[in-house]
Structures are given as C-alpha cells and as structure tokens.
Design a protein around this ligand. Structure first.
Ligand code: SAM
Ligand code: SF4
Ligand code: SF4
Length: 328
C-alpha cells in the first residue's frame, strides 16, 4: 500500500504520456512553448508499462493517461491496449482532437469514461484560447463519444474576461446533452502568467448558476475522493461540477500521484520536488522504496501552500513545471 504521513492511501496514478501537444492553451502552455528534449529522456512504451506494473503491485486501482496530449504519441494505442491488461480502471484526459482515430482502441481496452477539455462553446473563442483551429473537430468528437455511450466529462478552466460569461451557457448545454461538465478554477503553473484577479472562484461560479436556475439547482452526492462538487439542474440530462483547487482544496482525501512523461514521480500537483524513477529503473534499481518515500513525504495541502494567501507569493509555485509538462 502507498501511504503518506496523514494516512492517505494512494491508489490513483496519473501518467503523462508526453509533454507535446497539438494545442497551445494559453493557461497551460507557456507562450514560448516548452523546451523539446530528446526522446531518450522520456519513458518508452515498455517503460510506461513496467512503471505501471510496479504501481499496481503497490495497490494502484486506477490509472489516468494524460499529458500534454496523450493521443499525439504514435504508440498511444499500444500503451492503452497493454495497460488494459492490468487489473486497473483505465481512464484518459484528452483535448479530443484524435478521439475518432482512437475509438476502437478505447472500446477494446474497456475505457468507459473520457475527459475532454473544452473551454468555450464559441468557435472563435475556443480557437483563440487554444491558439489553434480545432473547435469543429473537438465538438464532433464529443458528439461521437456520446453516440457511442461513453461517460463524457468536459473540463472547462474558467478565466475572468475570457469565458466566465459562458458559465450559464455551459450549464444550459447539459439540458439535452448527457455530459458531465466540470468548471475548474484557474491554477498557477510556471509560465502561465497566473494571478488570481483572472480567477473565478467556486463561490462566484455557483452564485451565477443559482441566480439563473434558482431552486432547480440540485446538489448531488460527491464520491469520497472526488475533487469536484457535483450538481445538476432539474430536468437536465447532464450534470455540472466545480473543482475548487485554489479557493477550497480537497486535499484531505487525496489519493492521487503523478508520473511525468520523463519518469519522475510528483506526489502532488503543486509539489516543487520530484523523484526520478526512470533513471533508477534504467540503472536496475528497485523503484519501490523511492515511490514509498516520495509519497510518505507528501505535504498535507497543495505541496505546502497551506493557505490561499500562499498563492500571492509566486516563488511558492514558480518552482513547479508548466501544466503541459506535469500532466494535468
Ligand atoms: N491535453 C489534455 C487536455 O487538455 O485535456 C490533457 C492534459 S491537460 C494539462 C489536463 C487538464 O489540465 C485540462 O483539462 C486542462 O484544462 C487543465 N489545465 C491545464 N492548465 C490549467 C490551469 N492553469 N488551471 C487549471 N486547469 C488547467
Ligand atoms: Fe495541450 Fe491540454 Fe495543455 Fe491545452 S490543456 S495545451 S490541450 S495539454
Ligand atoms: Fe492532492 Fe496536491 Fe491536489 Fe491537494 S493539491 S488534492 S494534495 S494533488
């Protein structure tokens, strides 16, 4: 069992398959892009599987593939198929562009739930946020997933003056679409020019929705390790949720750890420190003690940013990587 000093059992691993991406979302990817490094510095498909097996032997029950954009990796389908042979629930977070190409692999691998990022329902705006022109592709792939009866979660990072005027439009979208929308508070990472004046809090989001929908807003039950507060609106097919990583963290029940594409374990999304598992594995060392030690040393809240005030000191999060290279 992988456990920390606060008795939190870690059974959920997020693996980043690549730092590369076919979008350039301004809140995730630094404007200048990220430094491209030789392929040899990243986990091969075989190493991903070998790592995953070690984590599974330590009690991991769920693996989520992420990135960068996990599906841009040429061997993504093989990795998915091989991971599907392990006794874990397999999930994926994707920007949606390559979903149609991977649908058969998702089905044959037993993936049932897919998270797709969509920050605007307006084509021009989506394309401007992501600095590319894939709105039609992403939305048609979301429809494809729904047609094929996948459980579809939609991630939208809410940013003031960018898309906060669409909060109620997104909720209206769930009336006839069986999607599970998740509004995410804007988080700080290296190079994303974060400051909380651009953030929209959980409270502001729910207040806007309640103003529009009043008593029709229904609070749903949240799962134990759920990072989201879940809601629905009466008679809507879909649901919505708010992920309040900044104003109201959900660290008490955290069961998550991350493996970056270059094989480093991060015990928390906001942790400034990492442990290099890939080099150790390549040197033939046992990586189990490294995993256990990394998680044991995990801070109780947001990598040590215990209060909201800590966000006003950039040195607290500038040691962290950009989100595209952590694996969201
Ligand atoms: N490329 C895939 C995608 O966009 O879904 C997977 C990787 S992406 C880093 C994972 C999630 O992190 C996305 O939903 C994205 O919106 C979210 N994300 C990235 N930067 C963020 C930030 N600064 N604040 C909040 N969420 C962020
Ligand atoms: Fe790429 Fe996802 Fe980051 Fe957008 S949020 S730049 S799609 S990794
Ligand atoms: Fe877990 Fe860190 Fe996220 Fe808190 S901030 S829920 S400790 S990963």
């Amino acid at each position: 069992m992988i456990i920390d000093q606060f008795n939190r059992v870690h059974d959920y691993l997020r693996i980043s398959l690549t730092e590369r991406c076919n979008l350039r979302c301004f809140y995730c990817m630094p404007e200048e892009g990220i430094l491209l490094r030789p392929r040899s510095e990243f986990m091969s498909a075989e190493e991903v599987i070998e790592m995953a097996k070690v984590f599974v032997s330590l009690g991991v029950k769920k693996i989520r593939l992420t990135g960068g954009e996990p599906l841009v990796r040429k061997d993504a389908k093989k990795i998915i198929a091989d991971l599907a042979l392990l006794p874990v629930e397999l999930a994926i977070t994707t920007n949606g562009i390559l979903i149609d190409d991977c649908l058969c692999t998702f089905k044959s691998s037993g993936i049932k739930s897919i998270n797709v990022s969509l920050d605007s329902l307006k084509k021009e705006r989506f394309n401007s946020i992501s600095r590319r022109n894939y709105f039609d592709k992403v939305t048609s792939n979301i429809n494809l997933l729904l047609k094929e009866n996948f459980h579809v979660k939609i991630n939208a990072v809410v940013i003031k003056g960018v898309n906060d005027d669409e909060i109620c439009d997104f909720v209206a979208w769930t009336r006839d679409k069986n999607v599970h929308l998740r509004f995410i508070e804007f988080m700080p990472f290296l190079g994303n020019k974060w400051d909380w004046s651009k953030g929209v809090s959980f409270k502001e989001i729910i207040t806007k929705i309640e103003k529009q929908y009043g008593d029709d807003v229904i609070k749903l039950k949240d799962a134990v390790n759920d990072t989201a507060k879940n809601y629905s609106v009466k008679n809507h097919m879909g649901t919505f949720a708010i992920i309040s990583s900044v104003t109201n963290p959900f660290c008490d029940t955290c069961n998550r750890m991350r493996l970056t594409a270059d094989g480093k374990i991060k015990n928390c999304l906001f942790s400034g420190t990492e442990t290099d598992l890939l080099s150790a594995m390549r040197n033939g060392e046992d990586i189990v003690p490294l995993i256990l030690e990394s998680i044991w040393n995990k801070k109780r809240i947001r990598g040590g940013m215990n209060s909201f005030e800590d966000f006003s000191d950039p040195s607290r999060f500038q040691k962290n990587r950009s989100m595209v290279s952590i694996g969201g």
